[in-house]
Design a protein around this ligand. Structure first.
Ligand SMILES: Cc1ncc(COP(=O)(O)O)c(C=O)c1O
Length: 489
């Protein structure tokens, strides 16, 4: 009875004194919060797409990131508010992000964080699925690009069609000369987010976009003589180029082979090209695809020289496109640089390379969580992502992804969660049987993934996160139901 009276008195005082209201609130641990909400650790782990051991560790921790705490509180149905009290003053809510808030405005509940997560323990708290771009790994490729620029005297442009995650452009910019594009939107992104030299190319420019394309680019490259004739006058003084197609295949896939039968990619005929050479300053040749064979590249270049030598001598620049795997371990960089330099000197041209894959290979993973396990003759694990929606090229090229560490006695087929029967990332070995909530890293998820992701089955689009040089992980972009709705009408 006495306690009830004291509590009543506190409640009455709290109505008048906000300081008392804050102090009078019950003090609960995270575990208390969870139990009060009627959740088990397993349920919370599922909701947060982490392992149950992560929840257990979290509940024992006395110190943690606000973002982690916020996520936990939201997952038990609450909202985190930070309140500071000062003697003689009303309490204030703290906005740790420092953003401008209107008076009385609540911070919206958010699953996403922009605060860095300082080490790998916290990485487990970023919800899956997410792409994770590793800046130190990116730098390894960029340092090779630096070597090639210096030793071969070439300029290197990032092919945005492969990789356009602009939140890491700050890291790439010092090591590349600019970007090349395949559309108005890409050329604009290159100009606005990367800078440097901005090349515009498209298989076909449309009348309504040509002025904007020209406004954003430094050079414009036409795919055909008819496009050159139609649009050259719009380009004014800006250097103009034409795509050539020597008809030689350096690609393992017919689908990605510009030399395939009846190809629409570039002009093949030296006589026709010679007839417009006065109207162009340079050419672009992109006939490699994941070509790690230097001899094959060398032979292609020799054929280009044989076929178009007279034309090359009248030009200022030649772009040799992308598709050359020169950042792969063991690629003969010395010979590559020497060959490029010799090509440039022989024809008196500035050579450009346009790597996509070579710039970002082995830099990015797709982080996913196991949602279900089963056995149908093979052990299966269904994860919270999809090849079709998030790593489309696996399907297009009928490839499988490198998954996990690749070692262990337990072999699983890792499957996507869309309704497509063949939505399968590949098979991988694990040291112990997979459990619901386990995290898996799917490798080589940098090139042609984020630029191709889609909303098939309406499944959650992976966030984009970046591992910084100090090991911290930062979520740069999250996608929500609103993005899904906004992509349709
Ligand atoms: C014209 C052009 N340049 C560059 C690239 C980038 O190629 P990769 O990502 O294989 O290096 C492509 C890819 O299709 C391309 O078509």
């Amino acid at each position: 009875m006495a306690r009830k009276t004291a509590a009543d008195a506190t409640a009455r005082r709290a109505e008048h004194d906000p300081l008392v209201a804050v102090d009078a609130a019950p003090l609960l641990t995270l575990k208390d919060l969870r139990k009060r909400a009627g959740h088990t650790q397993e349920e919370l782990a599922l909701a947060l797409a982490v392992g149950q051991d992560t929840i257990s560790r979290l509940e024992k921790r006395s110190d943690m990131l606000l973002s982690t705490l916020r996520q936990y509180v939201e997952s038990v149905g609450g909202r985190l508010a930070l309140v500071a009290t000062f003697p003689g003053q009303p309490p204030v809510r703290i906005n740790p992000a420092g953003g401008k808030k209107k008076k009385g405005q609540e911070a919206p509940p958010q699953r996403g964080r922009t605060q860095p997560l300082p080490d790998s323990r916290f990485r487990d708290m970023i919800p899956t699925p997410h792409y994770l771009i590793d800046k130190p790994a990116l730098l390894r490729n960029l340092q090779i690009i630096d070597q090639v620029r210096e030793r071969a005297g070439v300029k290197v442009l990032l092919a945005l069609k492969c990789f356009a995650a602009w939140s890491v452009f700050d890291c790439m910019r010092p090591h590349m000369d600019g970007t090349t594009s395949s559309s108005l939107y890409e050329v604009r992104l290159g100009r606005e987010k990367f800078g440097g030299e901005t090349h515009a190319y498209s298989v076909a420019f449309a009348d309504h976009e040509i002025e904007a394309v020209v406004a954003h680019c430094d050079k414009i490259i036409f795919n055909s003589i008819s496009q050159l004739q139609r649009f050259a006058s719009f380009a004014g003084d800006k250097p103009k180029g034409l795509r050539l197609n020597p008809g030689i295949s350096c690609a393992g896939f017919d689908l990605a082979d510009p030399a395939r039968a009846f190809s629409r990619l570039g002009e093949p005929d030296p006589a026709r090209i010679a007839s417009v050479v006065d109207r162009i300053d340079g050419v672009m040749i992109h006939n490699n695809c994941e070509n790690s064979d230097f001899e094959r590249f060398d032979a292609l270049l020799a054929e280009v020289e044989r076929r178009y030598g007279d034309i090359l001598r009248r030009l200022d620049w030649v772009s040799l496109g992308g598709g050359i795997s020169f950042t792969d371990p063991g690629y003969p960089l010395d010979r590559f640089c020497e060959r490029l330099r010799r090509f440039a000197e022989t024809h008196g041209v500035q050579v450009y390379l346009e790597p996509g894959e070579a710039a970002v290979r082995h830099t990015t993973t797709l982080e996913v969580s196991v949602l279900d396990v089963g056995f149908n003759g093979k052990h299966l694990a269904v994860v919270d992502s999809s090849t079709e929606a998030h790593m489309l090229d696996l399907l297009i090229y009928r490839e499988t992804a490198p998954i996990g560490q690749g070692e262990g006695d337990h072999l699983y087929q890792i499957c996507g969660k869309t309704c497509l029967a063949g939505d399968i990332f590949g098979e991988a070995r694990f040291e112990r049987p997979l459990q619901i909530g386990d995290r898996i890293s799917i490798g080589d998820a940098g090139g042609y993934t984020m630029v191709k992701k889609n909303w098939f089955n309406g499944i959650h689009m992976p966030a984009i996160a970046v591992r910084e040089f100090d090991g911290s992980v930062r979520v740069m972009r999250e996608f929500s139901y609103a993005d899904y709705v906004g992509s349709l009408s």
